[in-house]
Ligand binder design. Structure first.
Ligand SMILES: Cc1cc2nc3c(=O)[nH]c(=O)nc-3n(C[C@H](O)[C@H](O)[C@H](O)COP(=O)(O)O)c2cc1C
Length: 280
């Protein structure tokens, strides 16, 4: 790959008018993994074709290759390719791309397995009742999900995460027959992107805003950084014919303005309690 390709991808990641200050050199220039990562975009339009035989299993093998806290592997996944997928789509914010996608993976925090392992060894499993274990399980699931995403994208497939898997946690748990101490933390729709609905790479915050070297930086530049990003995303949205989308700062503030904007996820603490997590 020519140097210009990676530079072009980095430019797209931060927006055409922003200087990233990054000059790719050496092995980076030819690295296909870095290229795959820089090209990520969420896909919400899929072709109806099934995935090739064995794709699910290889994607899950890569998901299981992610690091996992203390090798506890506190996650499991429910793969939906037909049965239950439409109902799951309805429960997950009624998002049609989930119905379109040939595969929908529901990644779960799973403390049931360790509950059983504790019983097997006649030990108390007291640690399972602390918030850190749920965080650990969610982190394990997230790392697995991201490996699955990268694998799918490396195979030319598209993906979209579905946080709306937490909109109706108890209903989804019932639909999928989840045991106590297992809860869906996110979904991942996977399929072949529909080429007639291309999706552009969405720019991120300027690196200077999120990267702190050695110590948290307080340089009074945050307002300017955010204004720069508002402008970058406004240009991006204009290019996508979405001029009516509010500025990123405004949209983000609206997203967290009220409990209603959680789309039902405000009950998560109760749902965890009801499904046996009993977190302290
Ligand atoms: C945990 C998580 C949950 C998400 N949930 C949804 C979702 O329910 N529906 C959706 O359309 N996109 C969802 N997304 C995708 C984000 O909107 C998307 O990643 C973000 O806008 C950045 O765009 P990009 O992925 O194309 O770069 C989710 C992403 C993550 C990481």
């Amino acid at each position: 790959m020519a140097e210009a390709d990676i530079s072009h991808l980095i430019q797209a990641r931060y927006g055409p008018t922003v200087s990233s200050g990054i000059t790719p050199a050496g092995a980076v220039i030819r690295n296909s993994t870095i290229k795959t990562l820089l090209q990520h975009r969420s896909i919400r339009h899929f072709l109806p074709e099934k995935l090739p035989e064995g794709t699910l299993e290889i994607i899950i093998a890569t998901a299981q290759s992610a690091a996992t806290s203390s090798n506890l592997q506190t996650w499991s996944v429910v793969a939906l390719d037909n049965d239950n997928k439409d109902e799951a789509a309805t429960l997950c914010g009624n998002q049609d791309f989930i119905r379109q996608a040939p595969l929908f993976l529901v990644f779960c925090a799973d403390l049931d397995r360790l509950t059983k392992v504790s019983a097997q060894h006649e030990l108390r499993g007291e640690g399972l009742e602390y918030t850190d274990m749920f965080l650990m399980a969610s982190l394990d699931a997230a790392l697995a999900g991201q490996n699955a995403t990268i694998a799918a994208e490396a195979l030319g497939l598209g993906t979209c995460y579905v946080g709306a898997a937490r909109n109706k946690p108890l209903e989804l748990a019932q639909l999928l027959g989840l045991p106590p101490r297992v809860i869906a933390v996110f979904g991942l729709a996977i399929g072949r992107p529909n080429p007639s609905k291309p999706t552009a790479v969405k720019p991120r915050l300027p690196q200077k805003e999120i990267l702190h070297k050695g110590m948290w930086r307080v340089d009074g530049r945050q307002a300017a950084n955010l204004a720069e990003y508002d402008s970058t995303l406004a240009s991006f949205n204009a290019g996508e014919k979405r001029e009516s989308v509010p500025a990123w700062t405004h949209r983000s503030a609206k997203r967290i303005e009220k409990v209603e904007s959680l789309h039902g996820r405000h009950v998560l603490k109760d749902a965890l309690q009801q499904t046996g997590f009993n977190l302290r």
